[in-house]
Design a binder for this molecule. Structure first.
Ligand code: SF4
Ligand code: SF4
Length: 691
């Protein structure tokens, strides 16, 4: 039977077989696309190495969960759901687009396996998928154009608004969907007009709508529409393909790879240079990232993969308090740099340029608290902490260390603590632990099964020593045979490393490792999450490390620790998740369980800002010595969140959180109305002691 309409592969244009054009369009499209990708790969070939080919099964699981499962998208519900519709719509429509391209030069082409019942089912599915994507595109366009969420805003200092590009791409997607539907609907209408068997358009789809609108059109009009729709679809498809790597929509291509190669561990920091052993760091001529080419290839891939969704900056505490840092623009500025310095045509632009003072400012990079909120949120698994640390390593190597940090760093080098206090005073807090809680000192040759690693602030700061004393009393009550290193303990170096002073960190690590090994303990207990993270993630070859909250829960379960009813029944408690206990180590439940075991205690959550969405208190360690420009203190924002949750007492489990939050309570004018307490102090106060 004669077809109802002349197909693209059989049509002629000005006497020339149209199939010639429909072969040339894909050839040109694929050729230009391959060229652009090759040019985009150019900086990656010059980048620093990074081994991301280990732990393949975990990487495949990450792809299935984060890329295919779109796991992180619903954290922002409306945008997330719309993106999920778009994503799955694209996956489904991909086969149809491929088929359409070949239909331009092979009449009646169907993809292998799409001929029988599967093909019929697929056609219905793709029509509904296309319609769902079209509706999502319309909602996204209205949202982007008329009700733009604040997180998409581009401050003047970061360049032009990205809305036109977003709307343009939504327009391209809509064009693809409309032309595909018109191509099909015009054929159905012509078949019906000629009394031939016509496939049914699935009800309420775009094809169905167009089929009805075209019900009265002439064969000539339908023929013109059929070929015009095909041609526009073909041209738009290949234009879109080549447009993707030119901007933020590059993520459509790179996100799969970016997730596959993602960082699998939390809390750790990348080595100074992959493939160079820590013992050989002395041999390196330069440390850290100073020019774009010093980034690893994975970090460059991150820049290409940024969706520009603004989620990282929306959750970034530094951005929230108006420090000069917005993680989204760390990526976008680097991507713009790559596009400008590695153009599509011509050679790469000249000498590598310094990033600090070029696209980034010193303050911008020092503003990061390494809290990890950005990484937790990013739907395509982009990394920031390693980049910040690498940029800081570069600054430290060039002597660009803020004035206020120079003294504490030098004190750490000389005395092993940032205040430069005498080593012999490190164990002075022990005297306040109480007569019935003797604390053994390994420095004096004592032996014990467990080491309590105290770290600097808890050892030396008058207020924080109370945490050490409470921790010791809890350990005593739980019957733990423990001791401390005393003067042999040095700062864990956790923040030193994250501030880019790698060699100083290595020295502190070596001294601590030696002292810990000499103590011959079977396990280590810590109350400071920064020390916990350092010993667990930055050190190697140590006995198992536990946080005191885990010891408390185990003690309660075994019956060794018994808690009495709350002293102040009228107060409401809220738990603040320290970044290095929660996000970086997933220890969310033990502290909550410990608090909830106190009979009669009332605890609320800072819903939406707790657990892996906790808001950094202002940063630990050396952040105490560095005050970036900011409009508000992070701690004040956190205290307000606690107040809004209806809490009168903020419980935390980190000495730095306690410093920042206690300070913020004063700044917020909430003294007397709000109180902060460490978990160990709270448990210690409620310990049922046998008299
Ligand atoms: S780690 Fe925290 S402070 Fe640093 S960029 Fe990410 S969210 Fe912001
Ligand atoms: S880094 Fe991730 S979260 Fe931030 S804007 Fe880019 S894609 Fe979004």
């Amino acid at each position: 039977m004669e077809p109802a309409l002349i197909s693209p592969a059989s049509a002629t244009l000005a006497g020339i077989p149209a199939k010639i054009f429909f072969i040339l369009i894909p050839l040109a499209g694929v050729g230009i696309f391959a060229w652009i990708i090759w040019r985009r790969i150019a900086p990656l070939l010059k980048a620093a190495p990074d081994n991301r080919l280990q732990r393949i099964p975990e990487r495949i699981r990450a792809v299935l969960k984060i890329w295919l499962g779109q796991w992180r998208h619903p954290r922002y519900m409306l945008a997330g759901v719309l993106h999920i519709v778009l994503f799955f719509g694209f996956l489904i429509l991909g086969a149809r687009s491929t088929q359409l391209v070949v239909l331009g030069f092979v009449d009646g082409f169907t993809l292998p396996g799409f001929g029988g019942i599967f093909g019929v089912v697929y056609n219905v599915l793709k029509d509904y998928a296309g319609t769902a994507v079209f509706i999502s595109v319309a909602i996204l366009a209205i949202r982007r154009g008329a009700f733009t969420p604040a997180r998409y805003a581009v401050p003047d200092k970061y360049g032009k608004d990205h809305t036109p590009e977003a709307l343009f791409v939504l327009g391209l997607i809509a064009t693809l969907l409309i032309t595909e539907s018109l191509f099909e609907a015009s054929l159905m209408a012509a078949q019906a007009l000629k009394g031939q068997h016509a496939e049914l358009a699935p009800p309420l789809t775009l094809v169905w709508l167009f089929r009805h609108l075209l019900g009265t059109a002439s064969i000539g009009a339908l023929q013109g529409l059929h070929l015009a729709a095909y041609t526009i679809h073909d041209l738009t498809f290949f234009f879109f393909l080549c447009f993707l790597p030119l901007g933020k929509h590059f993520h459509v291509i790179t996100s799969l790879f970016n997730v596959f190669f993602m960082r699998l561990d939390r809390g750790n920091v990348k080595p100074v240079r992959h493939g160079v052993d820590e013992s050989k760091l002395d041999e390196l001529k330069s440390f850290g990232v100073k020019t774009f080419e010093d980034f690893t290839w994975k970090h460059m891939l991150d820049f290409y993969s940024c969706v520009d969704c603004g989620r990282c900056s929306d959750r970034c505490p530094a951005n929230r308090v108006k420090r000069p840092l917005s993680p989204r623009f760390i990526s976008i500025k680097a991507r713009d740099y790559a596009f400008a310095h590695y153009p599509l045509l011509g050679p790469a632009a000249g000498e590598a340029q310094a990033l600090i003072g070029g696209i980034y400012s010193e303050d911008e990079i020092w503003s990061c608290t390494t809290c990890g909120a950005c990484e937790e949120e990013c739907p395509v698994a982009i990394e920031y902490i390693d980049k910040m640390v690498d940029l800081r390593r570069g600054m430290v190597d060039d002597g660009l260390v803020p004035q206020s940090l120079q003294k504490p760093l030098s004190a750490l080098e000389k005395r092993g603590n940032p205040w430069g206090k005498m080593e012999k005073k490190r164990a002075d807090w022990v005297a306040g632990a109480g007569a019935d809680c003797p604390v053994k000192l390994f420095e004096k040759g004592a032996a014990a099964e467990t080491l309590y690693f105290v770290d600097s602030i808890t050892s030396y700061d008058d207020r924080m020593q109370k945490i050490a004393q409470a921790t010791a009393r809890i350990l005593c009550a739980a019957g733990v045979d423990f001791g401390i290193l005393g003067k042999d303990e040095k700062d864990s170096g956790h923040e030193v490393r994250r501030f880019g002073e790698e060699m100083l960190f290595q020295s502190l690590k070596e001294q601590n490792t030696e002292a810990i090994r000499a103590a011959e303990v079977k396990r280590i207990v810590v109350s400071d999450p920064h020390a916990y993270n350092a010993l667990k993630k930055d050190y190697a070859g140590l006995p198992p490390v536990e946080h005191i909250s885990e010891v408390i829960v185990a003690g309660i379960r075994s019956g060794k620790l018994r808690l009495k009813p709350g002293e102040n029944g009228s107060r409401t408690y809220v738990y603040h998740d320290p970044c290095y206990l929660g996000r970086h180590n997933a220890l969310y439940d033990a502290p909550r369980q410990a608090i909830d075991t106190i009979p009669g205690i009332r605890r609320v959550e800072m819903t939406g800002d707790c657990r892996d969405r906790s808001f950094c208190c202002g940063g630990g360690g050396l952040m105490l010595f560095y005050e970036p420009e900011e409009e508000q203190r992070m701690g004040v924002v956190r205290v307000q969140m606690a107040k809004n949750a209806g809490a009168g007492v903020i419980v935390t489990a980190c000495p730095f959180c306690l410093v920042n939050i206690e300070d913020a309570i004063k700044v917020a004018g909430l003294e007397g109305k709000m109180e902060a307490i460490d978990l160990c102090e709270l448990i210690d106060r409620h310990l049922q002691r046998d008299t």
